[in-house]
Unconditional design. Structure first.
Length: 332
């Protein structure tokens, strides 16, 4: 049996944090064992909202390094920069010919962008879903790990794929399905007691994979807590539950049980809990931070990784594109 083909694009924004790791990332890493995976940095898509980027390569490189440090494997998977695969753009042109203004204008993410940026309603923004469809269909991917916010785009990918197949009486494209991770997603809370880590909660509430030990300690010691339980076995308020959630993620079961017992018997001192959490968090983050530093400094290795990814992606994309061109009726 042939393996399912997985494809996902990564926006080159921000730095990776604990929430990213326990969200999609850890699952990307695991998927490599089971599927034929294509992961790329979406550095064409960046142009839709940043018409004058000075740092497009640096951003892509930085995010690539951080994903590699988390375990994306350039040997087992195909990991590349979107802008290294111009075949995508040719497929994007073909798909745009059968993408209708009305359906593109109805896309939620487009309407949001128009509202946020009424002075930059460009055609690239409008056709964001066809570019995304091209990213996926160029490898004939069947599974796309994406968050809820991308499901409408994926639905459109299926629409465009089906329309192409119908139009040319072909079976060129499979219809890709979204894969959510459901139960496997561990929601990491922000340190300020409310919301998810990384979601507009500010840097002080977020542990980045690049954070140095003293930064981690400071952030955790300042995390929100309360004045402590007054009755045995009290339900934990949100900010305390959040500290325990983090503890469960980076500490041993014994440690969690120890502090749980102290809480339930009203003997807990949050300073002690935070000290322990900071220590275990640092142990957890350190290998990521060190691998990031190592890769950052090894330009030759990074270039080799990018070249390998580009070549593997090209092999897959040129196969699809020849078939598409033949199907449409162009010379090959
Ligand atoms: N639109 C996705 C996001 O905002 C990124 C992306 C671009 C993508 N092309 C893709 C995701 C193809 C999956 C497949 O996160």
């Amino acid at each position: 049996m042939t393996k399912d083909i997985v494809c996902s694009g990564i926006r080159p924004t921000g730095n990776l944090h604990l929430g990213n790791y326990f969200g999609a990332l850890r699952n990307f890493v695991a998927m490599q064992d089971e599927y034929d995976c294509y992961f790329f940095i979406a550095d064409y898509h960046s142009l839709t909202t940043h018409p004058t980027p000075g740092s497009i390569y640096d951003d892509a490189r930085r995010i690539l390094v951080q994903y590699l440090a988390c375990g994306l494997d350039p040997e087992r998977s195909t990991i590349y920069l979107q802008s290294d695969l111009p075949e995508t753009v040719e497929l994007y042109l073909f798909l745009n010919m059968n993408a209708y203004l009305g359906e593109l204008e109805r896309v939620t993410s487009f309407k949001d962008k128009v509202r946020q940026n009424p002075n930059n309603v460009n055609a690239g923004l409008l056709t964001y879903p066809t570019l995304m469809a091209a990213d996926i269909l160029i490898h004939k991917a069947t599974k796309v790990p994406v968050g809820k916010d991308q499901e409408q785009h994926l639905e459109m990918t299926r629409t465009f794929a089906q329309r192409f197949n119908n139009m040319y009486h072909s079976e060129c494209f499979p219809l890709p399905q979204a894969v959510g991770f459901g139960q496997q997603l561990v929601k990491i809370p922000a340190l300020n007691g409310a919301g998810k880590m990384g979601k507009s909660e500010g840097e002080a509430s977020t542990i980045f994979l690049t954070d140095e030990p003293d930064v981690i300690r400071k952030k955790i010691m300042k995390a929100k807590s309360d004045s402590g339980p007054t009755e045995p076995n009290q339900t934990k308020p949100e900010e305390i539950e959040n500290l325990f959630t983090l503890l469960r993620v980076v500490s041993t079961a014994d440690t969690v049980e120890h502090f749980d017992h102290l809480y339930n018997t009203c003997q807990i001192r949050y300073g002690d809990l935070k000290k322990q959490l900071a220590e275990d968090m640092e142990k957890f983050i350190a290998p990521f931070r060190e691998r990031i530093k190592e890769l950052e400094a090894d330009d030759a290795r990074l270039r080799r990784i990018m070249d390998l990814g580009r070549d593997k992606a090209h092999a897959s994309a040129s196969r699809t594109l020849s078939e598409v061109r033949r199907t449409i009726g162009y010379r090959n």
